[in-house]
Design a binder for this molecule. Structure first.
Ligand SMILES: [Zn+2]
Length: 357
């Protein structure tokens, strides 16, 4: 393949500082053009990662985040300006990518993460800040066989690790299933830390795509207060809920059909219908009575639910609620079921007056 010819003189000028790097060249740049990367979470880590991946010429970017820009984001989330407040992050991010490098095909996915979004991707950058999404990304990436670049930034500390597709250890080995991801919304974050980690994640992703260099085998922690990096070994956990051998960890996800759910609702049975969609999705369709806790908050708020309660978990199509059903079962909830097909199936089969989306 004559990769040189694929690049116009303008593109060669644009990428010149990478092309002149030892070991990079047109071949590596060609691999960049052919690659698809998913970035989940377009906050403090996602913003620098996206702008660097776009500038470096990754062929396709899938930008996944259900949130809108908040004024408090602008301090550390460099893709957004104050005037973007209230707009969907994924859409603003796509606009900015088009400005940075219009040869990149960027797609906005302004919805919570679902495993299908990784189909056809070469790599995923986990820039989220909650355990439910992190686990869902780790499981989905293993299933489609792509590496996960993991990053976190809370307080004055940054963390980065690259988890291989097929090999252990994985995120589940690193974080026990009762871990709660720290959230910068609760603990604060020193803004430059997010830029360090997000840029670092982009570097690892570009290296993986182009085949240049190696990634650290363990977890690397950046102590922003001392300015020092430390690397820690991640040991494989044979009982890991994601990559472990023990079948006990393969917690099945019991389901309930929408017909059974309708029967329970009609009979006014005593159970909790837990809707884990985002607030704007409930405006489209909802089943009452329900308890609404968005997916990203369920694991923090699960202590509000009695572990003995009968819970049916609902989302749009059954993917997110399946992840939450499994996570709740791992946390000791014994009577939890996933509503198969989600609220769209309910609308199609039970209540055609409801909207699907
Ligand atoms: Zn593992």
């Amino acid at each position: 393949m004559d990769t040189v010819r694929e690049f116009t003189p303008d593109m060669q000028a644009f990428y010149s500082r990478h092309l002149m790097l030892s070991g990079f060249g047109f071949e590596a740049q060609g691999r960049m053009s052919a690659a698809t990367a998913a970035v989940v979470g377009l906050g403090g880590l996602g913003c620098p990662a996206v702008s660097l991946l776009a500038a470096a010429g990754v062929g396709s970017l899938r930008l996944i985040d259900p949130d809108v820009v908040d004024m408090s984001n602008v301090l550390r989330q460099g893709l957004y300006l104050s005037r973007d407040a209230g707009k969907l992050k994924a859409q603003v991010a796509v606009e900015r990518v088009n400005i940075i490098n219009d040869t990149v095909k960027a797609t906005a996915i302004p919805r919570p993460f679902e495993p299908d979004y990784l189909e056809g991707c070469d790599i995923v950058l986990d820039c989220t800040d909650n355990m439910a999404s992190r686990e869902a990304i780790a499981r989905a990436a293993r299933r489609v066989g792509i590496p996960v670049v993991h990053g976190a930034a809370v307080g004055y500390e940054g963390r980065m690790a690259v988890f291989e597709a097929a090999a252990a250890p994985c995120l589940g080995c690193l974080l026990p299933d009762n871990a709660t991801a720290d959230s910068c919304g609760e603990s604060g974050v020193f803004a430059p830390i997010t830029a360090v980690v997000g840029s670092w994640m982009a570097a690892e992703a570009i290296k993986r795509i182009t085949g240049i260099g190696t990634s650290p085998a363990g977890l690397v922690v950046y102590d922003g207060l001392s300015g020092v990096f430390h690397e820690f070994e991640i040991r494989r956990d044979p009982n890991c809920r994601i990559c472990g051998d023990a079948k006990i960890r393969e917690v099945s996800v019991p389901t309930i059909s929408v017909a059974e759910l309708a029967k329970k609702l009609n009979a006014r049975e005593d159970f909790v219908l837990l809707d884990v969609r985002e607030v704007h999705e409930l405006a489209i369709s909802r089943i009452d009575p329900c308890v609404h806790i968005p997916m990203n908050e369920v694991l923090w708020k699960s202590c509000d639910l009695p572990t003995s309660a009968e819970i049916c978990v609902l989302c749009r199509t059954g993917n997110r609620s399946g992840t939450i059903t499994q996570a709740l079962r791992l946390r000791g909830f014994t009577n939890v079921r996933n509503v198969a097909g989600g609220i769209n199936a309910y609308a199609q089969q039970i209540d055609p007056s409801m909207k699907t989306y």
